[in-house]
Write a protein that binds this ligand. Structure first.
Ligand code: BG6
Length: 448
């Protein structure tokens, strides 16, 4: 039987608090590790103090999302806006800010999809406990989650416990900016325990809620058909899938010994950990997809980046553009877990120029999105992969994670802000805005 593209598909956009909000010390917010890191950047880079100033532009931004036709908006809550020191008093102003945003989204018919943790640990938790190295941080996280499940509740049905948990590093994970593998994987184990308990708590407090976690994925190809390259590809793939295996299935996979053995890791566990992992498995699997890569026995692989692929062109930042890789990933993930998937980040980071007549003709972004969306629809309609939705990264320009630049733009909506923090933050639609509006209005048909 032919699969159909679902009418209920959630077309959406995606962002994270520290990359879009600004207002870093307003409304009682505490400092996060993302603030701490960005304040050390060179003056050629933007920082989180202002970012895209969503903190003051949220209503205008949601109006633009509504006009675009979005059905969902994925955004992260800043833990330090809710609980400034990470484990103490709840900040009523922080709750009020997010309640305003969520209420307005719902009024406009846009479903909130909340990420609980997008790399921005309250800095106080690093100072006091070395972040996720300490089991106490699990309790702090659960206090934060419980607060949100009580105060936001089922107004938000879809939740993500962690963003790109397979890519989390530095202070977002440990008490140091460059932890060794032993320290890092123990911190990751604590995050696994935190996620499982948050899922269990969320299901108990909000029956019918749906929980996922988010992974950084790129399709990985062997550089040649040499068996050694193929085997290396499998090992690299497992470095990412390891995280989904534990969280979606609720136990450490059989290849953990090999993975930890090669990295010299001995995990510190406590009695009862296995039961905790089993008690809160994910309802759906979500991931970001921007690129693919190739690996050989010589490659230094790091989460999504390996070697260039001679068959593919790259973005100005050297990320290989590979729409078919998205279809491949969707199939691979559904085959492996048999859980619905949600593509929660995808898009093109590019330099946008404003023409003399004020237009921004981002045809390169339209080409990238068109090809990826077609591949996604092929995976759903031809291959039969159940996919809840697609939230493209940005929609509104925001600060780049990897480079701290503002000039690496992803949005359909331009934000007047440069790398040095100069600009009015005024919003301006790009050409891709109207193009995407048509895609959503026709539920994808205009792509063909
Ligand atoms: C994902 C992150 O890795 O990719 C986002 O979840 C990030 O936070 C996005 O912004 C794009 O990466 P970059 O480095 O181009 O901003």
């Amino acid at each position: 039987m032919m699969n159909q593209f679902p009418a209920s598909f959630l077309w959406g956009a995606s962002s994270s608090a520290f990359q879009i909000e600004g207002g870093w010390d307003e409304g009682g917010k505490g400092m996060t590790v993302a603030d701490f890191n960005s304040f050390k950047l060179s003056d050629k880079q933007a920082d989180t103090k202002v970012a895209s100033d969503f903190y003051h532009h949220w209503k205008e931004d949601i109006d633009l999302m509504k006009e675009l036709g979005l059905k969902a908006y994925r955004f992260s809550l800043s833990w330090a806006r809710i609980i400034p020191d990470g484990d103490g008093e709840v900040n009523p102003e922080g709750i009020a800010f997010y309640n305003k945003v969520i209420d307005y989204l719902i009024e406009q018919g846009i479903r909130p999809l909340v990420t609980l943790y997008h790399f921005d640990l309250p800095y106080a938790l690093v100072e006091k406990y070395n972040g996720w190295e300490s089991r106490h941080t699990i309790d702090c996280y659960l206090h934060y989650c419980r607060t949100l499940f009580e105060r936001i509740g089922m107004r938000c049905r879809y939740w993500l416990t962690f963003n790109e948990i397979n890519a989390v590093r530095g202070y977002a994970s440990c008490g140091t900016s460059s932890a060794d593998d032993q320290t890092h994987y123990n911190a990751v184990h604590n995050m696994f325990l935190a996620s499982a308990q948050a899922v269990k708590l969320g299901h108990e407090m909000m029956p019918g809620s749906q929980f996922g976690a988010m992974y950084a994925l790129s399709e990985i190809y062997p550089a040649t058909c040499k068996p050694e390259d193929m085997f290396r590809q499998m090992q690299c793939r497992r470095e990412s899938l390891f995280f989904i295996d534990v969280m979606a299935r609720g136990y450490y996979p059989s290849y953990t010994g090999d993975l930890f053995g090669r990295r010299g890791v001995t995990l510190h566990t406590e009695p009862g950990d296995d039961e905790i992992l089993k008690s809160g498995t994910l309802d759906f699997v979500s991931f970001s997809y921007y690129r693919s890569c190739t690996v050989s026995t010589e490659t230094k692989f790091n989460v999504i980046g390996g070697d260039q692929n001679p068959y593919l062109q790259s973005t100005p930042w050297g990320w290989p553009i590979d729409p078919l890789g998205l279809r491949y990933c969707m199939n691979e993930i559904y085959d492996r877990y048999q859980k619905p998937i949600f593509i929660v980040e995808n898009g093109l980071g590019a330099i946008d120029e404003i023409e003399e007549d004020g237009t921004i003709n981002d045809t390169y972004r339209i080409n990238y999105l068109r090809d990826h969306l077609k591949a996604m629809i092929d995976a759903i309609v031809i291959d039969g992969v159940p996919c809840l939705g697609y939230t493209m990264w940005g929609c509104i320009d925001l600060v780049s994670l990897s480079t701290g630049e503002m000039k690496k733009r992803y949005g359909h909506i331009y934000v007047d802000m440069d790398d040095k923090g100069n600009g009015t933050c005024a919003r301006r639609k790009k050409l891709s805005y109207d193009w995407m509006k048509e895609v959503i209005a026709t539920n994808g048909e205009s792509l063909w």
